[in-house]
Design a protein around this ligand. Structure first.
Ligand code: UDP
Length: 243
């Protein structure tokens, strides 16, 4: 797959549909494939932390979640065709695995969120096979038991929704022990499936203003969002060095 190097992070230049097709292809290979969807805040975090950049670059599929990353690719003269957000890719994958033998595990969110997401998903995709659910608040010493629970469920795909960078680090750390073939780190998606969080209305998404809607809904994100202008300036000043 073609990639664009954005401040040291190798983002795949795929559309939502191409990403979903690639994920379905991953089921044919007997190994774990991690799928991450960095936005500009995550790329800035990776720019500051080489270990985190390595984790992202080790993944089998890395898509651009956020209009900032799409703009950055244009500045670097390798334009991404569209924003490929984790939630949208997940929806496309769910359509494709509905009615198949594939088994999904939902991991993350506050207690009860994964179960509500499961109930809603079953209503939307009645032939979906959901093998298990688990909330995302745990101590490091619980890791082994969580991995056992996921493996015992027989799931071959997992949505890991612990927020960034926790989900990327958790998947990477347990790569060798998890029996699933696809592990997608998709942030707040379980909250959206559960109805405990809303996606920004289309107007905001279509005009590259999803960040503004999220800021309005969660003003405490302001600190993290200061990375957006820093990201734009860094790509302008230093981006070409990475091409
Ligand atoms: N979360 C979790 N465990 C934690 C911290 C967060 O399961 O230790 C969940 C949280 O409940 C929320 C999601 O991770 O459902 C983070 O969502 P957010 O939209 O903040 O994701 P991000 O923008 O960081 O990808």
């Amino acid at each position: 797959m073609d990639k664009v190097n954005i401040l040291g992070v190798n983002v795949d230049t795929v559309t939502i549909d191409e990403a979903a097709d690639a994920i379905i292809g991953f089921f044919d290979e007997n190994k774990l494939h991690s799928v991450f969807t960095p936005n500009s805040e995550i790329i800035m975090a990776a720019y500051r932390d080489k270990g985190f950049a390595d984790i992202l670059n080790r993944s089998e599929l890395l898509t651009a979640d956020g209009i900032g990353v799409v703009y950055a690719s244009k500045i670097l003269n390798k334009p991404l065709r569209e924003r490929a957000a984790g939630y949208d890719i997940a929806c496309r994958v769910l359509e494709k695995i509905d009615g198949t033998e594939h088994k999904l595990f939902l991991f993350g969110g506050k207690p009860g969120v994964a179960e509500t997401a499961r109930d809603n998903l079953i209503r939307m995709y009645p032939r979906l096979n959901i093998a298990g659910c688990r909330h995302g608040y745990f101590a490091p010493e619980d890791d082994a038991q969580i991995v056992d629970e996921i493996n015992a469920s027989g799931a071959d795909i997992i949505f890991v929704c612990l927020g960034a960078p926790k989900q990327e680090k958790w998947i990477d750390e347990h790569r060798g022990k998890l029996g699933v073939r696809v592990a997608m780190g998709i942030g707040g998606s379980l909250d959206v499936f559960a109805g405990t969080a809303e996606r920004a209305p289309d107007f905001f998404c279509n005009h590259g203003l999803e960040w503004l809607y999220r800021l309005y809904k969660e003003p405490k994100r302001i600190g993290r969002m200061m990375d957006l202008p820093k990201f734009a300036i860094t790509v302008f000043l230093k981006g070409k060095r990475y091409k």
